[in-house]
Every structure is written in structure tokens, then in C-alpha cells.
Write a protein that binds this ligand. Sequence first.
Ligand code: IVH
Length: 673
Amino acid sequence: MTDRIAVLRTLIRAHDYAYYVLDNPTVADAEYDALMQELRALEAASGAPVPDDSPTRRVGGKADGAFAPITHAVPMLSLDNVFNAEDFAAFYRRLQERLNSDALLYLSAEPKFDGLAISLRYENGVLARAATRGDGATGEDVTANVRAVRTIPLRLLSDTPPAVIEVRGEIYMPKAAFAALNAQALLDGGKTFANPRNAAAGSLRQLDPAITAARQLSFFAYGYGAHDGFILPATYTELLAQYRTWGLPVCPLQRALTGADAAAAYMADMAVHRHDLPYEIDGIVYKADRFAEQQTAGFVSRAPRWAVAWKFPAVEKTTIVEAIDVQVGRTGAVTPVARLQAVEVGGVTVTNATLHNADEVARKDVRVGDTVFVRRAGDVIPEIVKVVLEKRPADSQPFTMPTHCPICASEVIRPEGEAVARCSGGLHCQAQRVQALIHFASRKALDIQGLGDKLIEQVVANGSVQSPADLFRLTLDDWSALPRMASKSAQNVLDALNAAKETTLSRFIYALGIREVGNVSAELLARHYRELPALLAADEEDLQAIDGIGPVMAQYIRHFFLDDANRAVIADLQAAGVHWPAVEAPVVNADSPLAGKTVVITGTLPTMSRDTAAAHIAALGGKTGSAVSKKTDYLLAGDKAGSKLTKAQELGVAIIDEAQLLAWLDEHSHHAE
Ligand code: IVH
């Protein structure tokens, strides 16, 4: 068993390296899950303590309160900056003088990553401690959170690792993760991060490593600290090659080059390509590649003489605010947008900048006519940094948010304590329509397969779809007429739409896209009212009486159903053929075998869909859960049950099949009239 455990750990580490570091998976997800599952089971069964470097222990316990100070045995230095070719040439000459050489210098060049410096201490190949740079002499212990960064190996891929090696490098947040994090924060009315560096730092200082894990941080190695039992190679480039063999992520753009001209050419090349990189960089770091030369050059105070950061020109410019418009986005969020006199910032012409929300406009006090600093950072939407008050026109007026939607004229509502104001127009606001349709077709709603965002945008743009019901009225010819639509795809969309007409009441309620009503609340409403007319008639008091529906949601629901346009949309959908089976009455029968029990469904059932099974379980007084745990009472398993079945077997959870469920239904459900 211990042999198998060791084999599994090695195998999973190799798969992790291929997947996270090389971005080149070597195994299917399901197979990987199965290996993890097997390892977990064996570790649990062995009774032996599980070492920290086991792949099962990546996201462990909570970080214990504050982040303890750690004194760096070798201080973490910072870098001097240069901003142009002249200053770089001066650095280059000084280094030549220090090295007593007028020959071309051997340099390493690589991006300057916009994240935060970290020191990873590996003892006998195992990640023992991770510390932030802090002031360079003392940092903070962030081990628990660093373990949650998937590209950082918990153990080096080496049979003969050094006794000690401190690997230094940068933890950063990829642009896509940063954009997604901020987009979500805006939706939630939460705080956005100004740049990926702040986001990375904030994510690393979480008390719960699970949050760090969810933030998708990454890492590049670019240096070393204390080491023991490790003979440093001759050059930095070779050190990075060694790091690669150990499974540490190294930036593929690092180059060894010779002379100042080659250095300048690298800079010019990267200034163009930086915008295509999946992470933010703000310059190029040049280092003497030979460690012997680094030694000779030495350092002054806190920065080495053998390295420099050549920063890209600032991506901040001034321009004039010509207007402040509002945009209506998904869920009706009304976002103020500054229309700017066109200005080129970092190689891109900027004409708009988001102002996020009313508080943000008020805080920055941006007004029409103002001269402002705009900033662009890679993928990030251009932003107004600040107003140049000295240049403000005398007659300028503060901006106020509109009280009514500029698109549909419905009232704009900003609930107490929320940052975001929203158009209350719902499904009949043109701007919200596309998003509403995307939601309507999504997996947990009507699950219209093959009807993607692009198609929805097309049919709204060409005027053939106004409301969700229109989707069902489009013919094969209509779909085929769309640009780049193959006839087979058109038929597939048509088939998917037809199939989606048969749905459930809870999916239908969810698909309407009522604010705050997620699929769980939709299920509660469906179970409680069982028929749509009863829900349409429910007032707020009635709604709030349902366990799980609060006053805010009740208000949104009532508001939605009182709206004639929304009612028309519903009637129209039903007229187009959207229907669902009656929701069975729950059996308030204490001797039902599922009364108060939790059932998890997995695999493909022989005759019924999962939704139907869930409805039957509800009818028998049970609840459905999504993950198998000790609290699960039954696993309803179909074909290809996979890891949930293994887990249930491990935990001794009772396993039932569809036939058993049907038998219980037969015995215990007396359909109420
Ligand atoms: S080398 C002695 N290489 O820049 C050299 N630093 O201003 C120490 N940084 O704290 C660092 N990318 O957070 C180095 N490729 C890179 C870097 C890099 C980003 C950061 C690092 C450091 C700061 C120094």
C-alpha cells in the first residue's frame, strides 16, 4: 500500500507539473480525479500521517491568524529603475567599468512581472516555508497560502534535491483572473483592485487559503537566497534551466544576450508583445548573467549594481472628458462611462473610461469638461486616475446618476447599502435583453445547447428576437441565414430549442432572470407554489414566509411579476410551447424512507433525468446535495458513477439505484389532490 501511495504521489506531481506549469495536460480530468481519489482513500486507510508535500494537502488548514515575521537569511534586494535608452546605456557603462571590461557584456533579459516578490524555502526538496519580501530584511510567513498556488511545487521534481534552496520569484495574477475577479466584485458591489499586483498581494494575505486557491495566482522563479548542498551553476540562465528541471515555473521569455544593442532590441520587441502576454509586465529586468560578475559588481544599499529594471514608458496620459454617459449591462447594472477626447495611451487609442459606479464618480468628482489623467494597464479597461482641478472650467457641474434608464426609461433603483444602481426594466429593456437571453439559454436555466452568446447577439441585432419566446419562433431558414452558420448547426440549434421546451417549473422560474433568484431559490419557489399562477399571485408577505426567501428577494420577485411586460413574456413563452410537468406534492409522511434525508445523485440513470429524480426525492420528503460527505444519507447511482461512488463507498454511504427510488415512490407517495 505504501508503495502505491508513493507511486500515486509521484504520478500526480508529474501531472500537476504538466497541467499547471507546462500548460500541457498529460491526463484526462476524470483520470486525474480518480488518481486523487485513490490517493486520498489509501492515505486515509493507511493511518499514517500524511506529509505536507502530498498532493492531497495543497489547500490545508487556515493560516493561523496573523502572518508571522520571517527574517531573510539573505536579504531580498530591490532594483534600480531606468526609463530610457540613455539611462540604460549609463547603467551598462558603469557595469563595464566595475567589471574592468570594455567587451560586450553577457546579460540576462526577462520581463519585470507586476506581482509581488516571494521567497520559497525548500528543505530536502520539500516546500518548508514561503515568505513575502517585506522590507527586504524581514517578510511575512505566507506558507499556507502559497501552498494554494497551483504552479508552485510542494516538492521539487528531483531525487537528489539540495538540503536547502531558497527559490525567489514573483507571485502574480494573470490578466484573465484579474479581469474576472474585478468583474465579479463589480457585480457583487464589492471592492475592485486597481491592478493585478494589488490583487495578487490581497489574495495572498487571505486568512483562508481556499480563497487564495480560488484566485488563480501563478509564479515565476527569478533568483535564489540561502542554499546548502547546492553548487550554483556559472550563470543565471543555467540556474533557471536547473529550476525548470525541478518543476519550477520559469518565464519562457527569458534570454541570455550580449551587448547593449541586443538589450535594446529585446526591450523594443517586448514593448510591442507585452499586450499579448497573459500577465502584466511593467518593464524588462537585465542582470549580469555570470554569477562571478555579479559577485564582482556587488551592490549598493538595497539594489545590486549588476541588475537594472528598464521600465516601459508610463501608460498614463491626460485628456478631456467630453461627456459622461451611462451604460446598462447585465442584470441591469447602470455604469457611468466617461467619453474622452481620443488619446493614445500605451499604443492604444482610448476614447472611453469606466467610472464604475456613482460612488466612484463622486469620490473622483469627475465632471464633463474636466482634464483628467487616464491609465491603461494591459487588458484592464481604461480608468480615470484623477482630475486636474487647476484646469476645471468655472461653470462645471457635478455628475448625477440618471433616475431613469436611458434605454427603456424604467426607474433606476439603487438599494440601500449597495454600490450598484440598476435599471428596473427587466426583460423589456433592450440593453438587458441580450444578457437575459444568454441567461435564459444557460445550462441551469432552459439549457438550450448550442445557442451560444454570439448567436444570441446576432439574432437580437438583426431584429428577429425581441423576447425569449421569439427564439422558439425562428425557423430553420432563419437560423441558416445567419452568417457562417452551417445547415447542420442550424438544425442542431432548432432541435435543442425544441427539446428545451419541455422543462421544469424551477428551471423556468430561474430562466426568467429575476434578480437574486438563483437556481436554489427557484427550486424553493417551484416546490412551494407548484403551479405558476400561484407564484404570480403571491405577495411579499406570502413569499417571505418561505424558508430561504428573504425580504429583499421577495420584493424583487413581486416587482417582477407585477410588471405587465414580464407577464406578457411568460404568457408568450407558454404559447410558444414551453411547458413542464406538474410539481408533485411533498409527502408529509414521517415514515417515508427519505423524510429529512439527503441524497446525492450521480451517473446516468436508466430512465429518468436528474431533475426528475430530484423531484421524486423532494416528493418523498428528501433533499438533494451536490457533494458526497459524511452527512449524505444515500447515493443514487446510475451508470458511469465515477468518483462520487468511490467516495460514498469509502464513507459507507448507502447506495441506491433508480429502481429503489421508484419502488419507494410507489409505496409512499399518495398524490395530494
Ligand atoms: S530580480 C536583486 N527579476 O521587482 C534582484 N525582480 O524592484 C532582485 N520583479 O522586489 C529582483 N520581476 O518583486 C527580479 N524578473 C524579475 C522581476 C523582479 C519583477 C520585482 C520584484 C522585486 C522588484 C524589485
